[in-house]
Design a protein around this ligand. Structure first.
Ligand SMILES: NC(=O)c1ccc[n+]([C@@H]2O[C@H](COP(=O)([O-])OP(=O)(O)OC[C@H]3O[C@@H](n4cnc5c(N)ncnc54)[C@H](OP(=O)(O)O)[C@@H]3O)[C@@H](O)[C@H]2O)c1
Length: 217
């Protein structure tokens, strides 16, 4: 565990060719068995963190439904505070603690719209969200463990800054293809293999027709 920031576990379901959604945004890759595994993992973590585009495309609840246990805090990285107030995350915010992380570029109007809901708004960064600063703020709020659940753009931001401590990936027995389909890690990517830190393969688990891979730093 790092001293001044939460421990980050990247979690995702990917196709054999490394996609996390099709070009149209369909991301329903997982089996019920794998959902149960992920929800058990969610129940053990302090918070789940996702990017604004995953909210836009999937409208997820980010709760523990396929297993028993407490719901973690939901954190959305939404620099402009543009999240739809009708999204499930906002609509369930009176029952499940929710943090919307924004940057200073979020307009007063957008912030005021969010303030009508029982969510916490955290400001970190001027234009884009300063992820390291945000993690320090979250750690001060006693959030010690975060499950990073994508999408690809947010995953890159954490990978780029060396903030991923552990990775648990399910490989689904599918090929999706398409240059416009979202991959596990998007963004610019590393220019050289030597820039990418080699991970340790800790465990391989066969879950029916799926493969769960567990890596650490
Ligand atoms: N298979 C799986 O396990 C899985 C899991 C999750 C998502 N997905 C899929 O992934 C797709 C979405 O991925 P995505 O890459 O398009 O979007 P994303 O990573 O969900 O969100 C990206 C957005 O986050 C916001 N953001 C805030 N702070 C940021 C920062 N510091 N750095 C970068 N972005 C920041 C930016 O929007 P603002 O500028 O508006 O803030 C950015 O456009 C969806 O189709 C979803 O279904 C699949």
């Amino acid at each position: 565990m790092e001293k001044s920031r939460p421990y980050i576990t990247l979690s995702a379901a990917i196709s054999i060719d490394g996609k996390i959604a099709t070009r149209t945004g369909d991301s329903k890759l997982s089996s019920k068995k794998d959902k149960t595994r992920v929800h058990k993992l969610r129940a053990k973590t302090d918070a789940i963190l996702i990017g604004s585009n995953t909210v836009r495309r999937d409208d997820p609840m980010l709760t523990v439904r396929y297993a028993k246990g407490k719901n973690p805090i939901r954190i959305v990285l939404d620099s402009q505070a543009g999240i739809n107030p009708k999204s499930k995350i906002i609509k369930t915010s009176s029952k499940i603690p929710t943090i919307i992380a924004v940057s200073k570029k979020a307009t007063r109007k957008n912030i005021a719209r969010l303030e009508k809901h029982p969510i916490e708004i955290m400001v970190a960064g001027n234009k884009n969200i300063d992820v390291k600063k945000l993690l320090t703020l979250l750690y001060r709020k006693k959030i010690k463990q975060i499950l990073l659940e994508g999408g690809g753009t947010i995953n890159w931001e954490f990978v780029r800054q060396g903030l991923v401590d552990e990775i648990i990936i399910t490989i689904e027995p599918l090929l999706i293809g398409g240059k416009d389909a979202t991959t596990l890690v998007e963004g610019e990517g590393f220019a050289m293999i030597s820039k990418s830190k080699k991970l340790k393969l800790r465990n391989i688990r066969k879950l029916g027709n799926e493969l769960v891979l567990h890596y650490t730093k």
